[in-house]
Design a protein around this ligand. Structure first.
Ligand SMILES: [Zn+2]
Length: 112
């Protein structure tokens, strides 16, 4: 179930993302923390079957940010990409990105 996959990932990401990527506020209270699909957005996932969507909720696509930033000024794809590269390295992030876009048959999301 997607909500379950997302909540498990969010819990996992709390060890990685201690501050909001956008404004730098410490991410402490769960109630104020949102998970943002920063590379392949939820809109781009529309139409994919659930088992493919679930694969897109992973640490190479999602970041935690504060609720305020998520609602008002979420980080751009490039900012999320650069952050992920700083954590995992360019090669790994590109490799995981290729895996994610291979889930889309003909309709490819925007390239970073
Ligand atoms: Zn923020």
């Amino acid at each position: 179930m997607i909500s379950r996959v997302r909540s498990n990932l969010k819990r996992q990401l709390m060890f990685r993302d201690r501050y909001c990527l956008q404004c730098g506020v410490p991410l402490i209270e769960d109630v104020n923390i949102d998970m943002h699909e920063g590379i392949i957005s939820r809109a781009e996932m529309m139409g994919l079957p659930d088992e493919k969507k679930e694969k897109l909720f992973n640490q190479y696509n999602c970041v935690l940010i504060c609720h305020n930033c998520n609602v008002n000024f979420p980080p751009k794809r490039k900012e999320v990409w650069d952050y992920l590269v700083s954590v995992y390295g360019k090669e790994k992030v590109e490799e995981e990105y290729q895996k994610m876009i291979s889930l889309f048959k003909s309709r490819r999301p925007l390239k970073v």
